[in-house]
Design a binder for this molecule. Structure first.
Ligand SMILES: [Zn+2]
Length: 257
Protein backbone atom coordinates (compact mmCIF):
# COMPACT_ATOMS: atom_id res chain seq x y z
CA UNK A 1 0.00 0.00 0.00
CA UNK A 2 1.58 3.22 -1.19
CA UNK A 3 1.33 5.74 1.65
CA UNK A 4 0.90 9.22 0.13
CA UNK A 5 1.00 11.01 3.49
CA UNK A 6 4.74 10.54 3.89
CA UNK A 7 5.27 12.66 0.78
CA UNK A 8 3.21 15.58 2.12
CA UNK A 9 6.10 18.06 1.82
CA UNK A 10 6.36 17.39 -1.90
CA UNK A 11 2.64 17.10 -2.57
CA UNK A 12 1.96 20.51 -1.07
CA UNK A 13 4.15 22.06 -3.80
CA UNK A 14 1.53 23.18 -6.35
CA UNK A 15 3.41 22.15 -9.50
CA UNK A 16 3.91 18.67 -8.04
CA UNK A 17 0.75 17.74 -6.14
CA UNK A 18 -0.80 14.28 -5.82
CA UNK A 19 -0.61 13.95 -9.59
CA UNK A 20 3.17 14.31 -9.66
CA UNK A 21 3.50 11.89 -6.76
CA UNK A 22 1.33 9.28 -8.46
CA UNK A 23 3.34 9.61 -11.64
CA UNK A 24 6.58 9.13 -9.70
CA UNK A 25 5.10 6.06 -8.06
CA UNK A 26 4.48 4.61 -11.51
CA UNK A 27 7.93 5.46 -12.85
CA UNK A 28 10.91 3.24 -13.55
CA UNK A 29 14.55 4.35 -13.54
CA UNK A 30 17.89 2.74 -14.34
CA UNK A 31 20.82 4.05 -12.32
CA UNK A 32 24.11 3.24 -14.02
CA UNK A 33 26.76 3.05 -11.32
CA UNK A 34 26.44 2.88 -7.54
CA UNK A 35 29.36 5.14 -6.65
CA UNK A 36 29.25 8.76 -5.51
CA UNK A 37 26.68 10.00 -8.02
CA UNK A 38 24.58 6.85 -8.35
CA UNK A 39 24.25 6.11 -4.64
CA UNK A 40 23.10 9.67 -3.91
CA UNK A 41 20.63 9.61 -6.82
CA UNK A 42 19.27 6.30 -5.52
CA UNK A 43 18.86 7.69 -2.01
CA UNK A 44 17.06 10.84 -3.17
CA UNK A 45 14.79 8.93 -5.55
CA UNK A 46 13.92 6.38 -2.87
CA UNK A 47 13.10 9.08 -0.34
CA UNK A 48 10.96 10.89 -2.94
CA UNK A 49 8.87 7.76 -3.59
CA UNK A 50 9.98 6.43 -6.96
CA UNK A 51 8.12 3.25 -7.93
CA UNK A 52 10.97 1.15 -9.33
CA UNK A 53 14.70 1.47 -9.65
CA UNK A 54 17.29 -0.82 -11.13
CA UNK A 55 20.87 -0.20 -10.05
CA UNK A 56 23.79 -1.64 -12.02
CA UNK A 57 27.37 -1.75 -10.71
CA UNK A 58 30.00 -4.47 -10.38
CA UNK A 59 32.16 -2.77 -7.75
CA UNK A 60 32.74 -3.54 -4.08
CA UNK A 61 32.89 -1.03 -1.23
CA UNK A 62 36.25 0.04 0.13
CA UNK A 63 37.21 2.55 2.78
CA UNK A 64 38.13 5.31 0.30
CA UNK A 65 34.50 5.29 -0.93
CA UNK A 66 33.04 6.31 2.42
CA UNK A 67 34.29 9.90 2.16
CA UNK A 68 31.71 10.67 -0.55
CA UNK A 69 29.46 7.72 -1.40
CA UNK A 70 26.06 8.02 0.24
CA UNK A 71 24.69 5.28 2.52
CA UNK A 72 27.79 3.06 2.66
CA UNK A 73 29.44 2.72 6.05
CA UNK A 74 32.65 1.45 7.65
CA UNK A 75 31.22 -2.00 8.24
CA UNK A 76 30.36 -2.36 4.52
CA UNK A 77 33.90 -1.32 3.62
CA UNK A 78 35.60 -3.64 6.12
CA UNK A 79 33.74 -6.57 4.57
CA UNK A 80 34.39 -5.29 1.03
CA UNK A 81 30.73 -5.95 0.21
CA UNK A 82 29.16 -5.46 -3.23
CA UNK A 83 27.85 -1.90 -3.66
CA UNK A 84 24.51 -2.77 -5.22
CA UNK A 85 23.63 -5.31 -2.53
CA UNK A 86 24.41 -2.96 0.35
CA UNK A 87 22.69 -0.07 -1.38
CA UNK A 88 19.54 -2.16 -1.71
CA UNK A 89 19.61 -3.01 2.01
CA UNK A 90 20.16 0.60 3.09
CA UNK A 91 17.53 1.93 0.66
CA UNK A 92 15.04 -0.62 1.94
CA UNK A 93 15.46 0.82 5.43
CA UNK A 94 14.70 4.29 4.07
CA UNK A 95 11.65 3.43 1.97
CA UNK A 96 10.33 -0.13 1.79
CA UNK A 97 7.76 0.87 -0.84
CA UNK A 98 10.32 1.29 -3.60
CA UNK A 99 10.88 -1.79 -5.74
CA UNK A 100 14.63 -2.18 -6.11
CA UNK A 101 16.35 -4.50 -8.53
CA UNK A 102 20.11 -4.88 -8.53
CA UNK A 103 22.40 -5.97 -11.34
CA UNK A 104 25.90 -6.79 -10.22
CA UNK A 105 27.40 -5.97 -13.57
CA UNK A 106 29.12 -3.13 -15.29
CA UNK A 107 26.84 -1.73 -17.98
CA UNK A 108 28.24 -2.51 -21.41
CA UNK A 109 27.08 -2.85 -24.99
CA UNK A 110 25.98 -6.43 -24.40
CA UNK A 111 23.71 -5.87 -21.40
CA UNK A 112 22.45 -2.29 -21.78
CA UNK A 113 19.30 -3.29 -23.63
CA UNK A 114 18.25 -5.76 -20.94
CA UNK A 115 18.92 -3.22 -18.22
CA UNK A 116 17.36 -0.18 -19.89
CA UNK A 117 14.58 -1.30 -22.22
CA UNK A 118 11.80 -1.15 -19.61
CA UNK A 119 12.68 2.09 -17.79
CA UNK A 120 11.43 5.62 -18.37
CA UNK A 121 14.75 7.34 -17.67
CA UNK A 122 18.45 6.58 -17.32
CA UNK A 123 20.60 8.24 -14.67
CA UNK A 124 24.33 8.61 -15.28
CA UNK A 125 26.21 7.58 -12.18
CA UNK A 126 29.28 6.44 -14.12
CA UNK A 127 32.81 7.71 -13.83
CA UNK A 128 33.98 7.52 -17.44
CA UNK A 129 33.13 8.80 -20.90
CA UNK A 130 33.03 5.51 -22.82
CA UNK A 131 30.15 4.45 -20.53
CA UNK A 132 28.40 7.79 -21.07
CA UNK A 133 28.77 7.51 -24.84
CA UNK A 134 27.27 4.03 -24.60
CA UNK A 135 24.29 5.42 -22.68
CA UNK A 136 24.04 8.28 -25.17
CA UNK A 137 23.98 5.90 -28.14
CA UNK A 138 21.32 3.75 -26.49
CA UNK A 139 19.23 6.73 -25.43
CA UNK A 140 19.28 8.42 -28.83
CA UNK A 141 18.53 5.19 -30.67
CA UNK A 142 15.66 4.28 -28.35
CA UNK A 143 14.42 7.83 -27.69
CA UNK A 144 14.91 7.57 -23.93
CA UNK A 145 15.77 10.56 -21.78
CA UNK A 146 18.96 10.40 -19.72
CA UNK A 147 20.68 12.71 -17.30
CA UNK A 148 24.41 13.20 -17.59
CA UNK A 149 26.55 14.02 -14.57
CA UNK A 150 30.28 14.15 -13.92
CA UNK A 151 32.48 15.26 -11.06
CA UNK A 152 36.23 15.55 -10.66
CA UNK A 153 38.30 17.50 -8.17
CA UNK A 154 36.12 20.42 -7.12
CA UNK A 155 34.27 20.65 -10.44
CA UNK A 156 31.07 19.11 -11.67
CA UNK A 157 28.78 19.23 -14.66
CA UNK A 158 25.35 17.98 -15.60
CA UNK A 159 22.86 18.11 -18.46
CA UNK A 160 19.53 16.56 -19.45
CA UNK A 161 19.43 14.86 -22.81
CA UNK A 162 16.08 14.12 -24.42
CA UNK A 163 15.41 12.89 -27.90
CA UNK A 164 13.76 15.09 -30.47
CA UNK A 165 15.80 17.87 -32.01
CA UNK A 166 17.96 18.62 -29.00
CA UNK A 167 21.70 18.07 -28.99
CA UNK A 168 23.07 14.80 -27.64
CA UNK A 169 26.18 14.35 -25.51
CA UNK A 170 28.39 13.78 -28.54
CA UNK A 171 27.23 17.02 -30.10
CA UNK A 172 29.00 18.82 -27.29
CA UNK A 173 31.81 16.42 -26.27
CA UNK A 174 33.04 14.13 -28.94
CA UNK A 175 36.07 12.17 -27.79
CA UNK A 176 36.17 10.19 -24.57
CA UNK A 177 37.98 12.44 -22.16
CA UNK A 178 40.62 11.13 -19.81
CA UNK A 179 39.02 13.27 -17.13
CA UNK A 180 36.27 11.94 -14.88
CA UNK A 181 37.60 8.38 -14.88
CA UNK A 182 38.39 6.47 -11.75
CA UNK A 183 42.11 6.99 -12.29
CA UNK A 184 41.50 10.69 -12.60
CA UNK A 185 39.49 10.74 -9.39
CA UNK A 186 42.45 9.01 -7.77
CA UNK A 187 44.91 11.56 -9.04
CA UNK A 188 42.79 14.73 -9.25
CA UNK A 189 40.71 14.04 -6.17
CA UNK A 190 37.00 14.40 -5.51
CA UNK A 191 34.92 16.01 -2.78
CA UNK A 192 31.75 14.63 -1.23
CA UNK A 193 29.82 17.91 -1.51
CA UNK A 194 30.66 18.16 -5.23
CA UNK A 195 29.32 14.68 -5.91
CA UNK A 196 26.23 15.30 -3.78
CA UNK A 197 25.45 18.60 -5.47
CA UNK A 198 25.73 17.21 -9.00
CA UNK A 199 23.67 14.13 -8.06
CA UNK A 200 21.06 16.45 -6.52
CA UNK A 201 20.81 18.54 -9.70
CA UNK A 202 20.46 15.35 -11.74
CA UNK A 203 17.79 13.98 -9.43
CA UNK A 204 15.73 17.18 -9.42
CA UNK A 205 15.60 17.07 -13.22
CA UNK A 206 14.64 13.39 -13.00
CA UNK A 207 11.75 14.21 -10.67
CA UNK A 208 10.51 16.89 -13.05
CA UNK A 209 10.66 14.62 -16.09
CA UNK A 210 9.07 11.64 -14.32
CA UNK A 211 6.24 13.72 -12.86
CA UNK A 212 5.38 15.02 -16.30
CA UNK A 213 6.67 18.55 -15.82
CA UNK A 214 8.82 19.98 -18.55
CA UNK A 215 12.43 20.28 -17.42
CA UNK A 216 14.08 23.65 -17.65
CA UNK A 217 15.42 24.51 -21.09
CA UNK A 218 18.24 22.17 -21.93
CA UNK A 219 21.41 23.45 -20.32
CA UNK A 220 24.86 22.12 -19.70
CA UNK A 221 25.59 23.31 -16.19
CA UNK A 222 29.23 23.51 -15.11
CA UNK A 223 30.12 24.42 -11.55
CA UNK A 224 33.53 25.11 -10.07
CA UNK A 225 32.85 24.58 -6.38
CA UNK A 226 36.32 25.80 -5.38
CA UNK A 227 36.18 29.14 -7.17
CA UNK A 228 32.41 29.49 -6.94
CA UNK A 229 31.82 29.81 -10.68
CA UNK A 230 28.64 28.59 -12.34
CA UNK A 231 28.29 28.37 -16.12
CA UNK A 232 25.01 27.65 -17.87
CA UNK A 233 25.42 26.81 -21.52
CA UNK A 234 22.17 26.69 -23.47
CA UNK A 235 21.93 23.53 -25.55
CA UNK A 236 19.84 24.42 -28.53
CA UNK A 237 19.83 23.62 -32.21
CA UNK A 238 22.76 26.00 -32.57
CA UNK A 239 25.16 23.60 -30.95
CA UNK A 240 23.65 20.53 -32.58
CA UNK A 241 26.46 19.23 -34.75
CA UNK A 242 25.38 18.49 -38.33
CA UNK A 243 28.08 15.81 -38.45
CA UNK A 244 27.33 14.29 -35.03
CA UNK A 245 28.00 10.56 -35.49
CA UNK A 246 25.28 9.64 -33.00
CA UNK A 247 22.16 11.80 -33.32
CA UNK A 248 22.68 12.95 -36.92
CA UNK A 249 24.45 10.07 -38.70
CA UNK A 250 22.88 7.38 -36.47
CA UNK A 251 26.17 5.53 -36.22
CA UNK A 252 25.86 3.95 -32.81
CA UNK A 253 29.46 2.83 -32.53
CA UNK A 254 29.29 2.19 -28.77
CA UNK A 255 26.40 -0.27 -29.13
CA UNK A 256 26.60 -3.88 -30.20
CA UNK A 257 24.79 -3.75 -33.53
ZN1 LIG B 1 24.50 14.52 -31.35
Amino acid sequence: MYDMSRYARQIVFPEWGAKGQTRLQNSRVLIVGAGGLGSRQAELLARAGLGFMRIADDDNIDLTNIQRQALYNESDAMQNLPKVEQLKIHLGEINHEVAIETARQRVDKFNIHNLAHDVDLIMDGTDNFPSRFLINDYAVKNKKPWIFGGAIGAEGQTAVFRAGGNPCLRCIMDAPSAACGENSCRSAGIFGPVVSAIASLQTMEALKILSGSAPAENYLIKINFWMGGIQRILLTGKVLRPDCPCCMKKEFEYLDD
